[in-house]
Design a protein around this ligand. Sequence first.
Ligand code: ACM
Length: 616
Amino acid sequence: MKRKRFSATMFSLCFCVLLTAQNINIIPQPKMVEMKEGYFTLTEKTLICFNDQQLKFLADYTSDNIRLLNKLELHVNSLTGDKKIARSINLILDNKLSIAEEGYVLSVFPKEILVQAKTSQGLFYGVQTLLQLIPVNGDRKVPSLLINDEPRFVWRGLMLDVSRHFFTIDEVKRLIDEMVVYKFNILHLHLTDDQGWRIEIKKLPELTRKGAWRVPRMGLWWDRECPKEGEEATYGGFYTQEEIKDLVRYAMQRHVNILPEIDVPGHSLAAIASYSYLSSSGLPYKVNPGCKFYGHDDNSLCAGKESTFEFLNTVFTEVAELFPFEYIHIGGDECFKGFWEKCKDCRKRMKDNGLKDANELQSYFIRRLEKMLLDKGKKLIGWDEILEGGLAPNATVMSWRGINGGIAAAKANHHVVMSPNNYAYLDLYQGDPAIEPPTYGMLRLNKVYSFEPVPEGVDPSYILGGQGNLWAESVPTFRQAEYMYWPRAFALAEVLWSPKESKDWNGFINRTEANLQRLSYEDINYSRSFYDAVITPLKDEKGHLLIQLSTEIEGLDLFYSFDNTYPDHHSLLYKNGQKLMIPKDADTFRVVTYKEGKPAGRMITVPLTDLAKRVK
Ligand code: ACM
């Protein structure tokens, strides 16, 4: 008898765990989840009801997404008063609720689904969670539960560099659709750089007539041939102001603020190619196609001439009118100041304003921009170089060269967005360079997941949040952009939304696997690099090459070969911690991972001479 009761308890415990594992794969992990008994079953008769006219878009959005995920056509219905309808999905806006601005409560009962929030943004996130609970395999059961959720940070951003490669408005909209599922709320568009100017400025038509186009090139960035005399510039594109307005509307409906970046005073060759008076040298240049030019060509706006500030005033007047977000990003990074030092206007500006060096001149430049933006009702945000020579009084800093710029800014009582290159640069490799498209550096999924935006000793109220940046030098297509974002942006979503204490790498990987199936279902590209082997070449004290292997995730077996055969589950099995010695005259190393007896990661093939070069 006793034994029997024990098994019954065990059974219900297991059932509970199974239910959680099978059905609850929400990214980012909500603050509080309580599983309940039973299911709500979606049927053709389920209505999507809403209690406030401003929720009509959200009700339609919910219906559209359920159709996409589950091929079920649900009707929407406006409620009168607070009357809810049984067997429906009820979206209830209630400004008296005592929850966070972006928070929501999602209750799934066997007879009703209730999403409640104080704001339509909160309800939007409640709906995102609900959509993640709806199976994509045709099953129509949503598990009963209670979720109480709110974000850790207000700034949950992704950046797309549309200058180095051009992405269409439809592609940018697609990115918005993809990012909101994971509760990102800021899309930073890097609209200008040396390789292309992408936004129509009505009073400065050359910016898009000339600055948006470059000669077509492929191959490795910086190894490409510079434009030849008379060669036609055919690669590029730009967004008209009408397209921008449409994009902004689309983003706002989905609670995404678009942060426009006009990168100055450096990174400005596309503007200078359009209007040569903008640089200190005044020399004619072409838009750069990815050939080496840095420090040779004059890609910085002149900080001495008033005409530069008149140009910027025209640009920022039009930009400020187009984008409702309170911030404008002015870049400020990697400004080459070599031409400033030789420029008589810059030298005069320095003398007249008591500026002791080029850093102080840059600081003068940024302070003037800040005033210009404040006059237009906007706040200035810039890369952490804007700290050099003194920070403008109200500037927000986007810390990219690690977190130190962010720490310095927060300690000086400035707001900070953390996007350190060593945790949040999504253009870096995410797997072994031998099999990934060529880029630089390394940022694996597990490193992104370990990101902590609030450094020790810093007042957290100055850290607005964080952002993942996708620089697009090596991202020529939107499919490749998706490959670089997902699943690393899952990890960022969780870092920026979920409570710090809820971090759980193995749980995250389970939820990632389930969400990647959803991406496959929606034909969204992503990387499976986290299933691959991690190769660490070493040298012993005699200088002989050794190879150590590991994996990012648990539960993978590693099979390898040195004999120019493709390893499989019959090959040599790597034992944890082993340092593999190189057999005499071997020239190539191969490794593949298996999970539960089935191939999991990709085969990595790498010449031993290349591995030897990787040893630091
Ligand atoms: C940067 O990566 N230059 C901001």
